[in-house]
Design a protein around this ligand. Structure first.
Ligand code: F6R
Length: 603
């Protein structure tokens, strides 16, 4: 939600801010703005635009803003409509302080009332504007101690960046809840919501923790806790390359990220095996119950993970939406383990649910993609997917990498518990190592799947069916289609269809049936017959060489043969390609679908 960027150094700041905002646009994209300490006028110049970063860029084209210190923001509206006046940065009454903010100030109404009583006039409907006025109101000649005072007054989750005419050689960052990274350069420093925004300039980062305030100059970064005590911070070296934040010849990031999967799956296997933490497996050995909590696509990965962990590690698993888990009366004891899955590692629902479980005595594990993310730092153990930045709002490569990591987790735990044999473990690894090549093979069918997308793109509803391990893939197929094409879609366990959704089927409804040759094949075929009898338009995802199923289907996408338990990693791929091409052919904004944000840092 919302992206923030800041720069202080010798470069002309506007291009740095615009570049960073483009990299952050996936976090929010209903308006954008910048504020710059303008050398010529000696003022803080603020420019904003409703719409995308490119609209802001065009707007700035003939403006001659000269300055080397500034802040930028791309917004995903929470308080106040997406209008120019509500766009960030927001300035204080005198215009001497400019603020960008990601998160929600929960007590803003009370603070606003207090400030209004003192004569401060508000221009916007946002919660953020109170921060700008508070800085002005509390300024005591020292911006650090003012920031500490402001931080103590704010309730909620926030990442804040501040520049000021009072102390123009500093940027202030305050962090509680929402992420902030500080990129370290030579004679220049950067502030951003996440790493890809400034990867072009540096690989060295300081990650702020909750309750920290940073004073950033061009030559120094000092971090303090809320008591004003200096905190020593480690420098994180990031090895992501800049190419991963570029489209590399593809039309959309989503398409590029779909094609990266053979590599990201292979990298996740290698990364997982080279960083095994025996402490985690000791904990898993005598755990009584594992809860998996996540949102959206990560939740679907968790549903597949449940099958594997129960099958191979023989640990009972419950999977919950994090937003539901947080507020239910779950049973936790000292043998409970809670695994939070999150690409970003910043999703508020997942983070806070995991923190609550930790407080109640559970051991916590995070499976994340973003190095140094909040979830990773707040958990007892961390597992990573090795995908580099995922820019497309719809998760693709991180989903199959999450599946890969969960399978590996179940095999490691199973081996140590003795619930699988070393021979089976070896064999499973061998089969898994063949998966990247099999994914590559499926990607070769892209043109064929694109033709199907063209054929079915005008349908107003879709149904996705699968059984057992492929049931979560049906859910994921429906989610992918909904979120980027805005076509209504439902995912269902195929056996459940006859208990209700079968009423939806008519000759107009495309029904995507995931039917590889696994042990549920015959049952899946019966369900397909049921759809056929009601004249549904059947698209099957089937194993290479299965001609029987072709005769039942209007169209069939083939995938290579593999072990039953590995199919979900393969069946996920045609779901992604189909929804990508439907959305792209419909002319939708695939990488930045309406109303969505890549990182959801509000509950
Ligand atoms: C769907 C999608 C979202 C995310 C969800 C969780 O394509 O991207 O449903 O999966 O918002 O995000 P993370 O995994 O960052 O916690």
């Amino acid at each position: 939600m919302c992206g923030i960027i800041g720069y202080i150094g010798d470069r002309s700041v506007v291009p740095v801010l615009l570049y960073g905002l483009q990299r952050l646009e996936y976090r929010g994209y209903d308006s954008a703005g910048i504020s710059v300490l303008d050398k010529d006028s000696g003022r803080i110049v603020v420019e904003k635009k409703v719409g995308k970063i490119k609209d802001l860029q065009e707007h700035l084209w003939d403006k001659k803003i000269k300055g080397c210190v500034g802040l930028g923001h791309s917004r995903w509206a929470t308080h106040g409509e997406p209008t120019e006046v509500n766009a960030h940065p927001h300035t204080s009454h005198s215009g001497e302080f400019a603020v960008v903010h990601n998160g929600i100030i929960e007590n803003f109404a009370k603070l606003k009332e207090e400030l209004q009583a003192k004569g401060y006039q508000f221009k916007s409907d946002t919660d953020t504007e109170v921060i700008a006025h508070l800085f002005e109101d509390l300024y005591n000649g020292d911006i650090l101690s003012t920031a500490l005072e402001v931080a103590k007054r704010l309730e909620g989750a926030y990442a804040v960046g501040v520049i000021s005419l009072k102390e123009p050689d500093k940027i202030i960052a305050i962090k509680k809840g929402s992420p902030i990274v500080i990129g370290l350069g030579k004679g220049e420093n950067f502030l951003a919501s996440d790493i890809p925004a400034v990867l072009e300039y540096t690989r060295d980062f300081i990650i702020l923790d909750d309750g920290e305030v940073a004073v950033i100059t061009k030559d120094s970064v000092d971090v303090y806790n809320l008591n004003g005590e200096k905190v020593e911070k480690k420098v994180l070296k990031v090895d992501w390359d800049t190419a991963s934040a570029e489209k590399g010849g593809y039309k959309h990031f989503m398409q590029k990220e779909i094609h990266e999967q053979p590599k990201t799956i292979a990298d996740t296997i290698a990364g997982f095996l080279s960083s095994i933490d025996e402490g985690l497996f000791e904990t898993l050995k005598d755990t009584s119950r594992l809860y998996i909590i996540a949102c959206g696509t990560s939740y679907h990965a968790g549903l597949v993970g449940k099958f594997w962990i129960e099958k191979f590690a023989r640990i009972p698993v419950e999977v919950d939406y994090a937003s539901e888990y947080r507020y239910r009366d779950r049973v936790i004891d000292d043998k409970t383990v809670v695994l939070g899955i999150s690409q970003s590692g910043e999703t508020a629902d997942t983070r806070f649910a995991l923190l609550d479980a930790k407080k109640e005595g559970a051991k916590t594990v995070a499976l994340v993609n973003v190095v140094g993310s909040s979830l990773a730092r707040e958990s007892d153990y961390v597992l990573y997917t090795y995908c580099g930045p995922e820019i497309g709002v719809a998760a693709t490569k991180t989903f199959t990498a999450q599946l890969t990591a969960l399978l590996l987790l179940s095999l490691e735990a199973g081996l140590r518990k003795g619930s699988i044999s070393p021979q089976f473990y070896q064999e499973a690894h061998k089969r898994l190592s063949d998966i990247p090549a099999k994914v590559e093979k499926i990607l070769e069918s892209e043109d064929f799947i694109k033709d199907l997308a063209y054929k079915y793109m005008n349908a107003s509803d879709f149904l996705f069916l699968g059984r057992n391990l492929n049931y979560p893939i049906a859910l994921e197929g429906a989610l992918k289609l909904k979120e980027i094409s805005y076509i209504h879609a439902e995912g269902y366990p195929a056996g459940e269809m006859k208990h209700g959704p079968i009423a939806l089927i008519d000759e107009k409804l495309p029904v995507v049936c995931i039917a590889p040759r696994d042990r549920f094949y015959e049952k899946m075929v019966s369900n397909i017959q049921e759809v056929k009898a009601r004249k549904g338009r059947i698209i099957t995802v089937a194993t290479d060489g299965d001609s029987d199923i072709k005769s039942l289907s209007e169209d069939t996408v083939y995938i290579p043969e593999t072990e039953d338990y590995l199919y979900p990693i393969l069946t996920a791929i045609p779901m992604q390609i189909l929804s990508y091409h439907i959305a792209s052919l419909l002319g939708k904004d695939v990488d930045q679908p309406r109303n969505l944000a890549k990182t959801v840092t509000v509950e």
